[in-house]
Design a binder for this molecule. Structure first.
Ligand SMILES: Cc1cc2nc3c(=O)[nH]c(=O)nc-3n(C[C@H](O)[C@H](O)[C@H](O)COP(=O)(O)O)c2cc1C
Length: 264
């Protein structure tokens, strides 16, 4: 596969995977890709856990479902992350970032804009949105044949020290290598971030995965092979749009935006 093709096709999988196990060869291809990432002084501060055991996956899925429900019901999610939500094609075309909820059951459509108000949140809760999202998430994580835990060594990942920043950069690049490799292998991948919103849930995950004291769990993912037809969950968003060159690139100095190709 051409590199550019893989980069342009890379995306987050919001929907279901095929139930087929991910072959050991492919699991190791993903890990090989991770290991080729750059790291400060070649320290390779990343560690990964490949999780295929059904009991462990079920336990992770329960934590994911529970935290998704609490996050959506609690009201903090929408206030904390409001700035990332887009509500119209026009807004999307201008900003070209954020996420656009473009797929949801009919009865919920009138409420999506109001979810950021206290009364809107109450309506959303009354309609059972948090429960339904929690259930969907538990099912999607539980049915994913492969879960991946990304960790850093605490020796390198030290808050406030440059090595902490360097390790995060390295891990980010390792994860991107994994992500690009999923495209090549016909696989999909999605962050499991809701447990991270609750420190006690994150600690519970670390306990479940027996993360030793010298490692820190940084991120969790679910992976699997993609079905031929994309299956969207009941509430879904799109985020394929990207900023124009002039919106994120400067030439020489930061007061000089790069010109978009069509302007030249
Ligand atoms: C630090 C970080 C956390 C993220 N958390 C989530 C998440 O909890 N759930 C999710 O579906 N995607 C998550 N994403 C993926 C982004 O939503 C996604 O990359 C972005 O919307 C662009 O979409 P794309 O990956 O399909 O191009 C996260 C990405 C990053 C870098």
């Amino acid at each position: 596969m051409e590199l550019r093709d893989a980069i342009l096709r890379r995306s987050t999988t919001n929907g279901y995977f095929l139930p087929d196990p991910v072959s050991l060869e492919h699991q190791h291809r993903l890990m090989e890709a991770a290991s080729r990432a750059p790291s400060h002084f070649n320290s390779q501060p990343w560690r990964f856990a490949l999780i295929t055991d059904p009991d462990v996956r079920t336990a992770v899925s329960r934590i994911a479902g529970r935290t998704m429900e609490s996050l959506m019901a609690g009201g903090k999610f929408f206030t904390r992350y409001r700035r990332y939500f887009r509500f119209s094609q026009r807004e999307l075309d201008e900003r070209r970032d954020g996420i656009y909820i473009d797929h949801l059951p009919g009865p919920l459509k009138p409420f999506v804009k109001h979810v950021f108000s206290e009364t809107g949140q109450k309506v959303v809760n009354t309609l059972g949105v948090p429960k339904s999202l929690g259930r969907d998430n538990e099912k999607m994580v539980g049915e994913s044949p492969l879960l991946l835990a990304a960790m850093l060594t605490r020796e390198e990942y030290v808050d406030g020290e440059l090595s902490g920043l360097y390790s995060l950069l390295g891990l980010g690049m390792a994860i991107e290598n994994i992500w690009l490799t999923t495209v090549d292998l016909g696989m999909g991948i999605q962050f499991i971030s809701t447990p991270m919103e609750f420190p006690e849930a994150w600690r519970e995950l670390e306990g479940l995965l027996r993360v030793p004291d010298d490692l820190r769990l940084v991120a969790m993912y679910r992976l699997g092979y993609l079905p031929p037809e994309k299956r969207r969950p009941s509430i879904d968003w799109s985020s394929a749009h990207r900023k124009r060159l002039s919106q994120y690139v400067f030439r020489d100095r930061c007061d000089n935006p790069e010109r978009d190709p069509e302007e030249r």
